[in-house]
Write a protein that binds this ligand. Structure first.
Ligand SMILES: [Zn+2]
Length: 97
């Protein structure tokens, strides 16, 4: 449930908060693009180490990277879950609050 919330771009993501008019800027702290789940999973630099760890574990099971959100949730939930839990949304979405 928790994972799916983030996968679908809901939760505390800035792109989501922006869609509902709660904040002015949907961009991630890195300013490269909107803060979406895809951005955090595949591009966000600050998660580099956690991402590498996840990629290593996925490659160990003979699958390819990059993969899709669906594959992550369906086939690698324990690994992916660990990655998502490592995301500090408080810092990431340094919001207006
Ligand atoms: Zn970013």
């Amino acid at each position: 449930m928790y994972i799916h919330t983030y996968i679908t771009g809901h939760g505390k993501l800035r792109s989501y908060l922006h869609r509902f008019g709660l904040i002015d800027n949907p961009k991630c702290l890195c300013e490269e693009e909107e803060e979406t789940m895809n951005h955090l999973i595949f591009h966000y630099k600050i998660l580099h180490n956690q991402r590498n760890e996840m990629i290593k574990q996925i490659k160990n099971t003979c699958d390819n990277w990059p993969t899709t959100n669906e594959t992550l949730v369906n086939d690698y939930l324990p690994i992916f879950s660990k990655f998502v839990k490592s995301i500090d949304f408080q810092t990431c979405s340094d919001t207006l609050l």
